[in-house]
Design a protein around this ligand. Structure first.
Ligand SMILES: *[C@@H]1O[C@H](CO)[C@@H](O)[C@H](O)[C@H]1NC(C)=O
Ligand SMILES: *[C@@H]1O[C@H](CO)[C@@H](O)[C@H](O)[C@H]1NC(C)=O
Ligand SMILES: *[C@@H]1O[C@H](CO)[C@@H](O)[C@H](O)[C@H]1NC(C)=O
Length: 385
């Protein structure tokens, strides 16, 4: 029994309380709308689909509107009733109880109108990619946080690899349960990463369509810069982010949250950050411990930094840190220490979202930041390598 008595007591406690749990508002000045959309790549037969259909992708958008332009603040389920039990079961080994995710609500905006003249076209675009076998839904809080700082954020699932993909009609696709996802087979992860690269490039191209954009923003006058994007990702999503810099110049900057780099590595000119872990973290991850990072740094020919966050663990770079740290998820302490790291989850989230936002501001808005130049008094947990 991994979590024994703690597990039992906290599940009984959770069952007794069925009220929704409301997450804190994001910290930036903008209100954030959310939309989801299914996109079909008519040019691509899905090589993972047992039925050989066209590749289908679910995306979410998180769009910043001026607070004064939000006509209807609202609570938005963190995850749908179909998705929550699947993700709860997926996270079960970490002590997350059934019913816990399904009760969480985000504070968002459900109706907004943009003015013709307020420069929406300048709103910069960011892709945020999840880790292998994960789900875009476990980055909803980070996406909303970054959007509240004035970025349009797109997240996406990778059908047949993500732990689930729910389409608008309620159909749920689970990951393949065969050798297709067996990453012990040499080259398999690389080819799955190639599929992810194609997914992201396809989505980027779709954003050139007014019809598509109209479905991702609150009103047709709300636009964003769809010519270029920064890309950030966690784990294999981080590796994919670097791959996108290599393959597609529409991606103008990349940040890898603790992902080993897979596949061939070629030169990149775009600014990039490798964001790993240091200190008493179970396994520190940096370019000394991981040769794929050393090689990536060699091939980054533009502005580049390597930083590490002390006392966070690999999965701590997901929303789980925020959910546990704000008390929205109650997991046993020993599970939290292992799963998100010994650093307080709310603090971890504050730190990595601050550094990610500073990078995005630098790359997409020409903003200045000293955060990547050395130790910060405000964030002593960060090491700049
Ligand atoms: C996956 O396949 C194995 C072997 O065929 C089977 O035992 C297992 O129950 C399957 N898992 C799921 C989630 O379907
Ligand atoms: C980087 O990794 C090496 C090897 O694991 C480790 O000795 C070193 O302390 C790490 N550096 C930092 C700043 O954590
Ligand atoms: C990391 O955790 C250890 C053990 O709790 C603590 O002593 C140390 O101060 C932490 N490091 C940082 C930078 O927070």
């Amino acid at each position: 029994m991994m979590f024994g008595p703690h597990f039992l007591i906290s599940s009984l406690f959770t069952l007794a309380i069925s009220a929704n749990v409301i997450l804190p508002s994001p910290s930036g000045p903008y209100a954030v709308t959310q939309n989801t959309l299914k996109l079909t790549d008519e040019s691509r037969v899905d090589s993972l689909d047992p039925k050989h259909g066209k590749r289908q992708i679910m995306v979410s958008s998180f769009y910043p509107v001026k607070s004064s332009a939000c006509e209807k603040p609202c609570e938005i389920p963190y995850m749908s009733p179909n998705a929550a039990p699947i993700v709860e079961a997926f996270l079960g080994p970490f002590g997350i109880q059934g019913g816990a995710l399904g009760k969480i609500r985000m504070q968002g905006c459900c109706k907004a109108t943009c003015q013709e003249s307020n420069g929406n076209g300048e709103i910069p675009l960011v892709f945020l990619l999840h880790g292998f076998g994960g789900t875009r839904l476990l980055h909803n809080a980070l996406a909303q946080e970054l959007a509240s700082m004035g970025f349009a954020i797109i997240t996406m699932d990778h059908t047949f690899e993500s732990v689930l993909v729910e389409f608008p009609d309620g159909t749920v696709i689970r990951p393949l349960n065969d050798s297709s996802l067996d990453t012990t087979i040499p080259g398999r992860l690389e080819s799955l990463q190639d599929i992810r690269v194609d997914d992201a490039r396809f989505v980027m191209s779709q954003l050139g369509s007014k019809d598509v954009v109209a479905k991702l923003v609150p009103d047709s006058r709300c636009t964003f810069n769809a010519e270029r994007a920064a890309v950030i990702g966690h784990s294999v999503g981080g590796s994919t982010s670097m791959k996108l810099l290599m393959k597609d110049l529409r991606f103008v900057g990349g940040l890898n949250l603790d992902g080993e780099q897979f596949g061939e590595i070629t030169d990149m000119q775009q600014p990039a950050v490798l964001f790993g872990t240091t200190g008493v973290t179970p396994v520190p991850h940096n370019s000394t411990s991981d040769p794929s990072w050393a090689k990536t740094l060699d091939h980054l020919k533009g502005w580049k930094r390597e930083i590490g966050l002390n006392n966070i663990s690999h999965t701590g770079f997901t929303d789980i840190s925020f959910l546990v740290g704000t008390g929205a998820l109650d997991i046993p302490k020993e599970a939290a220490d292992q799963f998100i790291g010994i650093l307080d989850g709310k603090r971890s989230f504050e730190i990595f979202s601050t550094y990610v936002a500073a990078f995005l501001d630098f790359v997409l808005r020409g903003g200045k930041t000293a955060l990547f130049d050395g130790p910060s008094e405000k964030f002593p947990e960060i090491v700049v390598l």
